[in-house]
Design a protein around this ligand. Sequence first.
Ligand SMILES: [Zn+2]
Length: 113
Amino acid sequence: MNEDEKKVVSKMIAMYCRSKHGSKKGLCDECDALNRYAVQRLERCPFGDEKPTCASCPIHCYKSDMRLRIKEVMRTAGPQMLLLHPVDAVRHFYQERRRNRTFAVKSKVNLKK
Ligand SMILES: [Zn+2]
């Protein structure tokens, strides 16, 4: 499932909230809403385990304001993630690359039909 993905997203939002909004414990209301939204999107993602990176996904399921916020989170927390949780980060990016490849192959197959 997307459990790992959910954990990584929540971790990144927590880091972002701590550094940008100065939250000590948990998330501020705004980030809490974003976190819940992101997890919900992952749960409803029709690609499931085969999910490509959201950036390369053909569906773009995020509402535009949420998309802007999550982009900001990725930009801020991405580099920190690599420093603080290198294993999670590398696993995450590696999985995304692998998935993107599988996804590209599948789309090609679909196009041929
Ligand atoms: Zn926040």
